[in-house]
Ligand binder design. Sequence first.
Ligand SMILES: Nc1ncnc2c1ncn2[C@@H]1O[C@H](COP(=O)(O)OP(=O)(O)OP(=O)(O)O)[C@@H](O)[C@H]1O
Length: 307
Amino acid sequence: MAEALSARGISQRFGDRTVLDGVDLEVTPGRVVGLLGPNGAGKTTLMRILFGVVAPDAGTVAWGGRPASEDDRRSWGYMPQERGLYREMRVHDLLTWIARLHGLDRSTGAARSTDLLDRLGLGDRGGDKVQDLSGGMAQRVQLAAAMVHQPEVLVLDEPFAGLDPVAVRFLSEVVTDHVRAGRVLLFSSHQLELVEDLCESITLLHRGRVVLQGDLRRLKAESPDRYLRVDVDVADGWLAEGTGEVAARDASGSRIRLAPGVDAAGVLDVVRRQAPVTDFAVEAPSLAELFLDAAGEDADVLAEAEA
Ligand SMILES: Nc1ncnc2c1ncn2[C@@H]1O[C@H](COP(=O)(O)OP(=O)(O)OP(=O)(O)O)[C@@H](O)[C@H]1O
């Protein structure tokens, strides 16, 4: 098992703007940890601080309980938000070369490159130049470049942004394997719905502060809020005051936020008297709903978070 990566009391100002304000973070090996929050929340700045690219105004970064050194950081893998690969190089050669920079011999580096490309669904593109790949393919190669040396610590800045669902699945499987091998993984995302099923632990930033942190399943279970999902369009007037309110409507139906202590079966009966419900469920809050509660903001922030 690798050692935990942690940050304590991180604060950062740029000019008169406070971008991070006393942020604590613990990334335990063997867990998929998401650093989440809307655009501008401070995720990239925190990742740069973890990697020593930016020196924080206050706070410390530790690995295995000791302050993280330059040597430690050189051994980690980092996928920055600004993608940058040598566009003229062929994909497999590039990955093998990066593996060698990390001290692997050529045949091990080549074997790792082949394996990673296969697992990322790019087994047939190893001979292509980077510049001939699509944006989503280049992004997958960028992930391979960050982890071809099998780092103990892998930090990925918005790895899923702009990917199609198949690419998201390839990436999710590869990072989950990394974690199941007992290594450290931290990734950032502003797309809460996209990463909801992947995250085991979360740190949710909003305007530079941690607003929600911990085991995602436990956070959901501990929330007092419950939602009734039904596959019909519920009009606002159907629900008696104090029983619940329609939180969202989409093509698959409506999501009713139940008032505290209200029996879901009673609300379901009310809806059934108005329309034929064939599918329903009582659910804990989604990650986006937890965020809205924690941030104490209106729906605009959610729209921002999901943009
Ligand atoms: N070098 C810098 N100089 C001045 N301001 C900066 C600098 N780097 C970041 N910021 C500001 O810090 C705030 C947080 O930016 P950051 O990139 O960390 O957010 P983020 O959560 O990663 O956002 P996104 O999801 O949009 O990538 C923003 O207001 C940004 O403009």
